[in-house]
Design a protein around this ligand. Structure first.
Ligand code: ADP
Ligand code: ADP
Ligand code: ZN
Length: 215
């Protein structure tokens, strides 16, 4: 099973992808995570992407499609893929078709998380992650069970993204509306799009996704 989680920044894609990894043994393929790793490592891709990401604009289609292709190649055949934050443009959607075919995979579901924009700003500005294992948290909506300690790995170190501020979020939302939302009709024509209420609480969203995957 291969699925795309689609939705504006802060919609809950990463949160739900982490749960699908834990509960169904699928693999999260997040181009955002891949790019942040490249920035941290100072690779040529990272050097090119850093400033673009800080502005909240989109990195080039070629770069992200290459990253996805390499990850799928490294993954082997077993696990299903969760595309998180990719594709984000019509060109990327076309590339994904080619990449999937190359790796003998087909796309089963495109799940769009619908969330209102004001809520997104609140989600993004309260977001933080475990610096050790990457588990996602929120100041209000998803605090660790024991304050200051990661539920998953026990680490006491957390981090926030430099692009998770209100100004950048507005740019990222505009990019989503202008470039990403237009890819939906292509998948709609294939009859694989599902829209779910991303404003529901995290467990309810997981339930809605589980129902789609069981359909
Ligand atoms: P969010 O989860 O908040 O939507 P991501 O972690 O997916 O953010 O992406 C962070 C930034 O990385 C984006 O604002 C963009 O600059 C870049 N990026 C991530 N994925 C892509 C992509 N598929 N195409 C172009 N740029 C991307
Ligand atoms: P995305 O990957 O789509 O950018 P995240 O999964 O990182 O979004 O979620 C953004 C922030 O909102 C995180 O801090 C996360 O803990 C929180 N969050 C995710 N889903 C929900 C939800 N259904 N209700 C409330 N907060 C949520
Ligand atoms: Zn952790």
């Amino acid at each position: 099973m291969n699925i795309i989680l689609l939705g504006p920044p802060g919609a809950g894609k990463g949160t739900q992808a982490q749960r699908l990894e834990e509960r169904r043994g699928m693999r999260q393929l997040s181009t955002g995570d891949m790019l942040r790793a490249a920035v941290k490592a100072g690779t040529p891709v990272g050097l090119e992407a850093k400033a673009v990401m800080e502005r909240g604009e989109l990195v080039s289609d070629e770069i992200v499609s290459k990253l996805i292709d390499a990850e799928l190649a490294a993954m082997g055949e077993g696990a299903g893929a969760i595309f998180d934050g990719y594709p984000r443009t019509e060109a990327q959607a076309r590339s994904l078709d080619g990449i999937l075919a190359l790796h003998g995979r087909t796309l089963d579901h495109v799940i769009e998380l619908e969330v209102n924009e004001d809520a997104l700003v609140e989600r993004i500005t309260g977001r933080f992650t475990c610096a050790n294992c990457g588990a996602g948290y929120h100041d209000v909506f998803k605090q660790p069970a024991v304050a200051g300690v990661c539920d998953k790995c026990g680490s006491a170190e957390f981090k926030r993204r430099p692009d998770d501020n209100e100004e950048t979020v507005r740019t990222r939302m505009a990019e989503y509306r202008a470039k990403t939302a237009p890819i939906l009709p292509v998948y709609e024509a294939r009859g694989i799009v599902h829209r779910i209420d991303g404003m529901a609480d995290i467990d309810a969203v997981s339930e809605a996704i589980a129902e789609i995957l069981a359909s």
